[in-house]
Design a binder for this molecule. Structure first.
Ligand code: BES
Ligand code: ZN
Length: 638
């Protein structure tokens, strides 16, 4: 009898091992929501053990030292501790820990640094007791702290004062604050920050509107936020109110342009609230950063960080602001539990962004944005498939052992968007809007996993409306690769006129005679993107002379145009290209341009030549991606 049981266990074990070793393709098919939910939700990218001890509030006291390019700080962490807990695990990367104390009386603590990992950094493990309520960490940031970018005066608009900004998403907060750096762990914070008296400091918190002569600034963030939303900017900044709840910070040289560009911000905020419920963060301000900011925008609560490349002069790139504003609901209120669920942040936000744009500028306008997004998605999916990265075309990612940055592709944004648009189509807009509004309200200040969302969707939208969705819906959209067959159709009617003009030009109408009046930059973008691949440099010159693309003040137009200029070696655009690559640090533009350059030998040489001078102007996240692309090695850095 005993033997039989043993044999049975053995057979079961064999089945188990066999089950675990199926290929990834099989795994994709078997990843039903039920199976995925049964797996423990665990954030692979943190050392934190929140079940033992979890941070609830951070009190940050810091001095920003521009000479040494470091921040000297104390992080006072209020924690909640489980019975029998003996350790608090914090994330750090490159931090130099001076000392750690416990409680208000600051008794010396015993701590150790764990093993370093290139992606996740080093755990700081502090001995505590179940009675410990506060831990104080005294530390200094490393010279090359990954979240921080220290700029010389020449790298700013005003050229007189230095500048510092942070970029914490996805897992870089740990390089400037010892925290539990997981999107699933929220805390409130207060801060006292000392900066040179000529500069102003701002955070993702309640902010000053004027410079303080003392150079000391106090901040308060009363709503709990995850660490990736911690942010700081220090520079020669001024504030300009835009509406009752909105305003913009920029360097004096850019404030006027910025105030013009974002004049409709209050209206945008109202449009957003009308769609999906009250704005929960009181004020909504923007800060225009120097051009090396590696992203278009970053949704730091109460204060969106934005690239100056959206100051086009004609308000044509404000969908980016709508995007960051929308994150005040999707992402900042309802937050992806792990970076594998990143599409919950970005896909929802793109959907929300386009609904704001539609409310403000009408459906034809928003459909142009959707079509451009669809083109991006198609191309990204093709590229990922071609590079053997099929798995990254799934909405639910598996970033085990990888940098979450690798999950930042158009898939999360655009496939996520189209999935929500597909759901909207199933129930109709009215019901879908009601559902989303309630979703944000019910899950506010909480985390969401993909599987919990599916369950929520079933219970709150599909079942009540008697909608049976195809059994393959989730495997196609969420756990499957490539693009599903039931992609919603986009109707970008405004692009029809563009297609007609493009056709006419191809058939011999001179560029100067094309009818392009009233085209927005989106129409221009569509025109440029759809130019044939095999144009001669002469044909490019003709377009350039008629439309002045090389001199465009619109960064999207410029970047799209440079792609053709590089492909056809159209040299008149090269000085402008060099200038663009030297000043702009936005990764979304840099990656395709450098990649295109490396496709030819001469281009590759040019790319490396430009990169040598431009590299010091880029933030770590851009450098990290570009070093890999250009195979830039440590030895060459010196
Ligand atoms: N939160 C993202 C930026 C981000 C994502 C930073 C992942 C680090 C890791 C932000 O909201 C964003 O999506 N920015 C886009 C703008 C946009 C309109 C799609 C960008 O920077 O291009
Ligand atoms: Zn976003």
């Amino acid at each position: 009898m005993k033997n039989i049981i043993q044999i049975n266990i053995f057979i079961l074990l064999l089945f188990f091992i066999w089950g675990c070793s199926t290929t990834t393709e099989q795994t994709a098919k078997e990843n039903t929501p039920e199976i995925m939910e049964a797996k423990e939700v665990r954030d692979q990218h943190t050392y934190a053990k929140p079940q033992e001890a979890v941070v609830k509030h951070l009190n940050w006291e810091a001095r920003v030292d521009f000479e040494r390019q470091q921040i000297e700080a104390v992080a006072r962490l209020d924690i909640e501790v489980a019975d029998k807990a003996e350790e608090l695990y914090l994330d750090t990367k490159g931090l130099i820990i001076d000392k750690v104390t416990l409680g208000e009386e600051e008794v010396m603590a015993v701590y150790e640094m764990g093993d370093y990992n290139a992606v996740t950094g080093t755990p700081l493990i502090i001995k505590i007791t179940p009675k410990t309520r506060r831990v104080n960490v005294y530390y200094t940031t490393a010279k090359d702290a990954e979240a921080l970018q220290w700029l010389n005066p020449e790298q700013t608009a005003g050229k007189n004062e230095p500048f510092l900004f942070t970029q914490s998403q996805a897992i870089l907060a740990r390089s400037w604050i010892p925290v539990q750096d997981s999107p699933g762990i929220r805390f409130t914070y207060s801060a006292t920050v000392q900066v040179p008296s000529r500069l102003m400091a701002l955070m993702s918190a309640e902010n000053p509107m004027k410079k303080h002569e003392s150079g000391i600034y106090k901040f308060e963030m009363k709503q709990p936020i995850p660490a990736y939303l911690m942010a700081l900017a220090v520079g020669n900044l001024v504030f300009e109110p835009l509406g009752t709840r909105t305003g913009v910070y920029a360097e004096p040289a850019q404030i006027e342009k910025a105030a013009y560009e974002f004049a409709e911000l209050d209206e945008m905020l109202e449009a957003a609230e009308k769609l999906y419920g009250p704005y929960r963060w009181e004020r909504y301000d923007l800060i225009v950063l120097p051009p090396s900011f590696p992203f278009g925008g970053m949704e730091n609560p109460r204060l969106t960080f934005a690239t100056p490349t959206i100051l086009a002069g004609d308000r044509s790139l404000t969908s980016l602001v709508a995007h960051e504003l929308a994150h005040s609901w999707s992402g900042n209120l309802v937050t992806n539990a792990t970076w594998d669920d990143f599409w919950l942040n970005e896909g929802f936000t793109v959907y929300f962004e386009r609904r704001i744009m539609e409310a403000m500028y009408g459906r034809p306008y928003a459909e142009m944005l959707a079509e451009l997004g669809y083109q991006d998605l198609k191309q990204t999916v093709e590229e990922l498939m071609g590079e053997g990265k099929e798995e990254d075309t799934r909405l639910k990612l598996d970033l085990t052992g990888r940098n979450p940055d690798e999950g930042v592709t158009d898939v999360a944004y655009e496939k996520g968007y189209f999935f929500l648009r597909h759901l909207e189509g199933l129930v109709g807009r009215e019901k879908f809007d009601e559902f989303l509004k309630e979703y944000f309200e019910k899950n506010a200040f909480q985390v969401m996993t993909t599987e919990r969302f599916i369950k929520y969707l079933e219970e709150n939208l599909l079942k009540p409306n008697n909608i049976e969705i195809a059994g393959t819906t989730y495997s196609d959209w969420i756990y499957g690769e490539g693009l599903p067959e039931n992609m919603p159709e986009v109707d970008a009617e405004l692009f029809n006129a563009v297609d007609r003009q493009l056709q006419a030009w191809k058939e011999g109408t001179p560029a100067a005679s094309l009818q392009t009046d009233e085209w927005s930059s989106h129409e221009w973008l569509h025109f440029i993107r759809n130019l044939p691949d095999d144009l001669s440099a002469d044909r490019l010159r003709e377009l350039d002379q008629a439309f002045g693309f090389t001199q465009s003040g619109n960064s999207e137009v410029l970047a799209a145009w440079f792609m053709h200029a590089i492909a056809r070696e159209y040299e008149p655009a090269y000085p402008a290209l060099r200038e663009f690559l030297n000043s702009v640090g936005r990764r979304k533009f840099l990656m395709p341009l450098y990649k295109k350059l490396t496709e030819t030998e001469a281009g590759g040489i040019l790319a490396r030549d430009i990169y040598k001078t431009a590299r010091p102007n880029y933030h770590f996240v851009s450098v990290n991606s570009l070093d890999a692309l250009l195979k830039y090695r440590e030895e060459t850095k010196k």
